[in-house]
Design a protein around this ligand. Structure first.
Ligand code: 13P
Length: 249
């Protein structure tokens, strides 16, 4: 944790669930109480509006999993940032490794999307993280520093932008880096944010993501410069998601 920074516990529901499951999950999360932390859920696009309705009156924030770099226009199948803001989303995940891999999103593309998110008054949650080969060859920190330099636009810090460190090899695998490796990477990300944005970089939230679950959350979320989590699999059960949030608070 970073002193004075309110942790963010974010659920990335990815491409999962029926409409009924999504609204039930949203109601379950909204029924939980975690006043010390900010809760965020990021359902798939078709579920955003009904989930917003299920969250109404709660303190749980709504986010999307991607947006287009353009504010509108001829982009079949894509979703623009102002559309997300219009239906009540406050955050948007950008540059997730699954999008970087599945859709060939480069740092420049992620940066352009983050610019669009900021223009629509959405808070970008920009994901970075090394592959297993990069970790094994000792390049992890250099890779992540490069992703930050290429992906974070001007105005990111002023808008309270969020960075999520998600080692690709830890996503959905049940494996996590050692606590020392997570702490070292988060310290490096903090240093990069301060070098780029000055004092504002000192209080931006840096989330850890990758096989975060109730049993390892307390130890990981207690590490310096780990200001919350971005959770995939364990965010699909309200009970597990809220247990992780309790570990952060
Ligand atoms: P898991 O928690 O399923 O490993 O996924 C992490 C992730 O990719 C969140 O964005």
């Amino acid at each position: 944790m970073t002193p004075g920074v309110r942790p963010l516990i974010a659920g990335n529901w990815k491409m999962n669930g029926t409409l009924a499951e999504a609204t039930a999950l949203a109601r379950g999360v909204a029924a939980g109480s975690a006043p010390a932390v900010e809760l965020l859920v990021c359902p798939p696009f078709p579920h955003l509006v009904p989930v917003a309705a299920a969250l109404a009156g709660s303190a749980v924030a709504l986010g999307a999993q991607d947006c287009h770099a353009a504010a509108k226009g001829a982009h079949t199948g894509d979703v623009a940032a102002p559309m997300l803001a219009d239906l009540g989303a406050r955050y948007v995940i950008l540059g997730h490794s699954e999008r970087r891999a599945d859709h060939g999103e480069s740092d420049a593309v992620v940066r352009a999307k983050a610019v669009a998110a900021l223009a629509a008054a959405l808070v970008p949650v920009v994901c970075v993280g090394e592959s297993e080969a990069q970790r094994l060859s000792g390049e992890a920190e250099t890779v992540v520093a490069g992703q930050l330099a290429g992906s974070l636009p001007e105005g990111f810090a002023a808008a309270g932008g969020v960075v999520a460190y998600e080692p690709v090899w830890a996503i959905g695998t049940g494996r996590t880096p050692t606590e020392a490796d997570i702490a070292a990477m988060h310290a490096r990300i903090r240093a990069e944010l301060e070098a780029t944005f000055g004092p504002a970089g000192a209080t931006l939230r840096i989330l850890y993501g990758g096989s975060l679950k109730p049993s390892n959350a307390e130890a990981i979320l207690a590490l310096p410069h780990v200001d919350g989590g971005l959770i995939g699999g364990a965010s699909l059960k309200a009970e597990d998601f809220l247990a992780i949030a309790a570990a952060a608070g």
